[in-house]
Design a protein around this ligand. Structure first.
Ligand code: TXA
Ligand code: MG
Length: 314
């Protein structure tokens, strides 16, 4: 537990300038995106990037997503393609990360890419994330701002509770709208779904008029996809019809439960509150039973996160 709170910054011009200054100085800044809060560092500064791994206690073979303002900035770091152009025009800014081959002289720290020949690029939609990228005027490496393997943060308080003084400052702009990390699509070869996330795979397939390969889903090339992840302290039991003794019950749709992801059965609402509900139920110290969640649309990513939360711990 952390006994001291980090600095909270407000998303005013002044707060954004302070945050950009900290990034420039090689410090870590947590900031809101539409998916989850990110733990940001200058992606060109190896020491700053190393501090991310240290703060998260994350295995360093795990590559990070690089955040940029738009496709023009993204193209400086990668070999662009027609498919990349199609997806970027349709979904950027938004909850989609594209994995593309690195260019020569990209200037990114090799820690960001974990020494791979590809890089994951994302253009966030959140106005505060965009203001920060604009003020900083450079690429920002940012994983979710939580200790490795724990529940992702969708509020500034989650970040503070999890990382405390290990983060230089937190830009606080309320809860995240989407609530699930970005969908990751590999474009280093046939388009493939590397991680389901805040943009339903069906929407991507509609734009590409082709099915995404799912062979590499959960494997590394995406090493962050360790089986146990997003884990509360207590055990998690899925597809439960009701709570057993000693469990708290996370519901979906009309039912009796301790917390409900969406009483009306809306998957978008469920995604946006999923991590916050897990944080709240985890604070009770009880095991967590979770009602069945449909698998279509955002349900795929919700079920992916729940399965990892329920997986046996290393
Ligand atoms: O929504 C999000 O994407 C959030 C917010 C903060 O933007 N960020 C996020 O980053 O989830 P992170 O670092 O937790 O996710 C990184 C994951 C890696 O675990 C890996 O699965 C994948 O992105 N990744 C990164 N670079 C890759 C690469 N070159 N090849 C394949 N997968 C890569
Ligand atoms: Mg994460």
């Amino acid at each position: 537990m952390n006994t001291t709170e980090p600095t909270f910054l407000t998303p005013t011009t002044d707060g954004i300038a302070q945050a950009a200054g900290l990034l420039r100085a090689g410090a870590l800044v947590a900031f809101p995106t539409e998916t989850v809060y990110g733990l940001g560092a200058d992606a060109r500064n190896g020491r700053a990037v190393a501090a991310i791994f240290e703060a998260k206690g994350r295995p360093s073979f795990n590559p990070l997503i690089v955040h940029v303002l738009d496709a023009t900035h993204a193209r400086r770091f990668c070999h662009w393609s027609d498919t990349a152009e199609k997806l970027a025009s349709a979904f950027w800014p938004g909850p989609l990360s594209l994995v593309l081959p690195l260019t020569e002289g990209h200037g990114l720290s090799s820690l960001v890419t974990a020494g791979l020949s590809t890089v994951a690029l994302r253009v966030p939609a959140h106005p505060t994330a965009r203001a920060l990228l604009s003020a900083f005027d450079g690429p920002v490496a940012a994983p979710s701002a939580n200790p490795s393997g724990k529940i992702s943060p969708t509020t500034a308080q989650h970040v503070s509770d999890g990382l405390g003084m290990r983060v230089g400052a937190i830009l606080d702009d309320g809860p995240c709208r989407v609530g699930l990390e970005s969908t990751i699509v590999g474009l280093d070869g046939p388009a493939s779904l590397l991680r389901p996330g805040g943009l339903p795979a069906e929407e991507i397939e509609r734009v590409l008029a082709q099915t995404l390969s799912r062979e590499t889903e959960g494997k590394i090339s995406a090493p962050g996809q360790l089986m146990s992840h997003y884990a509360p302290n207590g055990r998690v039991r899925l597809n439960a019809q009701r709570a057993h003794d000693g469990e708290v019950f996370l519901g979906f749709g009309e039912m009796t439960c301790d917390l409900n992801l969406s009483p009306s059965g809306d998957l978008t609402e469920a995604a946006s509150v999923l991590f916050d509900c897990l944080h709240q139920l985890d604070a009770t110290g009880s095991a967590i039973a979770v009602a069945p969640i449909p698998r279509q649309g955002l349900g795929a990513a919700i079920n992916d996160r729940l399965q990892r939360a329920a997986a046996p711990r290393p």
